[in-house]
Design a protein around this ligand. Structure first.
Ligand code: PLP
Length: 262
C-alpha cells in the first residue's frame, strides 16, 4: 500500500526548500505527498525577499479538509511563522485522527540567508503546543539552543544533553543535527526511548545546501509512514539526503545556495 504523507509548511517558489522540497522528497521516497501551506515566501537561492502569511483559521481549514477525506500516515511540520499558526496547527492536529499519526517537527526558525521564518516570540508557543505532538523533533544546533533558551552546543556532550532535555519537553524522540559544529565531522544524535544513537558523517564541501533540513524531515516522515522506527528512519533519511546532496551538481539552479537533487 502506498502511504499518504502530509507536509504543513511554507512555500519556496524557487523549488529548493519548503513544501516544494517536501513533495519532491515524498515522491522520491515512494509515498503520496500532500501539502498544507502556512506561508508564501518570495525567495530564490540567494535569499528570502518577502513573506506572506496564510491566515491561521485557513491553515486549520486546510488540515481539516485533508483529514476529513484522506488517510494520513504521517505528518511533517516545517515553517510555522508565528504563534497563532502554531496554535492553529496544534488544535487541528489534536483531533482524534490527528493524534494517532506520527509527526516529524522541523522547528524551522531562520533561513540560511538570515531571514526569520519563525517570529522569535513564537518559540515558546512552538515548545508548548507542538513539541508534545512530535514523534520526532529535528532541530539543528541553533534551533535546539533557542528552544531551550541555552547557548548553542559546541561539542557532542552538550548536543546529547540538549537532545535529552528537549525529549523531556514531550517529543517521543529528538534528532539534534550537528551540521553547525565547528569540526570536520558532522555527527547527529538521536535521543529515543531506548537511549542515545549517534549517526556519524564527514562534512561534505558543497554550497548546495538549500532545503537540506526540509528534505531530511520529509524523508523521515516518509519512512515513519512506512513503519520504520525512529533510528531506522534516521539512517535511511540521512543516506537519502547524502545522495541528494551528492547529485546536486547535476542541477543549474540559481547562483546562490543551490538546491539538492531528489
Ligand atoms: N523557505 C522555507 C519556506 C522553508 O521552509 C525553509 C526551511 O525549512 C527555508 C526556506 C530554509 O531554507 P534553507 O535551507 O536555505 O535555510
Amino acid at each position: 500500500m502506498i502511504r499518504n504523507v502530509l507536509s504543513i509548511a511554507g512555500s519556496d517558489p524557487s523549488g529548493g526548500a519548503g513544501i516544494q522540497a517536501d513533495l519532491k522528497a515524498f515522491s522520491a521516497r515512494g509515498v503520496y505527498g500532500m501539502a498544507v501551506l502556512t506561508a508564501l515566501t518570495a525567495q530564490n537561492t540567494q535569499g528570502v525577499s518577502g513573506v506572506h502569511l496564510v491566515p491561521p483559521p485557513f491553515v486549520a481549514d486546510q488540515i481539516d479538509a485533508v483529514f476529513a477525506d484522506v488517510r494520513v500516515d504521517a505528518v511533517k511540520i516545517g515553517m510555522i511563522a508565528n504563534a497563532a499558526i502554531a496554535e492553529a496547527v496544534a488544535a487541528a492536529l489534536s483531533t482524534a485522527k490527528g493524534r494517532s499519526v506520527p509527526v516529524v517537527l522541523d522547528p524551522v526558525m531562520i533561513a540560511k540567508g538570515g531571514a526569520a521564518l519563525l517570529a522569535p516570540e513564537a518559540v515558546d508557543m512552538l515548545t508548548l503546543r507542538l513539541l508534545p505532538l512530535a514523534t520526532l523533533l529535528t532541530p539543528n544546533l541553533p534551533e535546539a539552543a533557542a528552544l531551550l533558551h541555552q547557548p548553542v552546543a559546541t561539542n557532542r556532550t552538550e548536543m546529547a544533553a540538549q537532545a535529552e532535555q528537549l525529549r523531556a519537553l514531550g517529543p517521543a524522540s529528538v534528532l539534534v543535527k550537528g551540521g553547525h559544529l565547528d569540526s570536520d565531522e558532522s555527527p547527529d544524535v538521536l535521543a529515543a526511548v531506548d537511549g542515545l544513537h549517534w549517526f556519524e558523517a564527514r562534512r561534505v564541501p558543497t554550497k548546495n545546501t538549500h532545503g537540506t533540513g526540509c528534505t531530511l524531515s520529509s524523508a523521515l516522515a516518509a519512512e515513519l509512514a512506512k513503519g520504520a522506527s525512529a533510528p531506522e528512519a534516521v539512517a535511511i533519511a540521512k543516506d537519502y539526503l547524502a545522495g541528494a546532496v551528492a547529485a546536486a551538481g547535476h542541477l543549474t539552479v540559481g547562483s546562490g545556495h543551490g538546491p539538492v537533487q531528489h
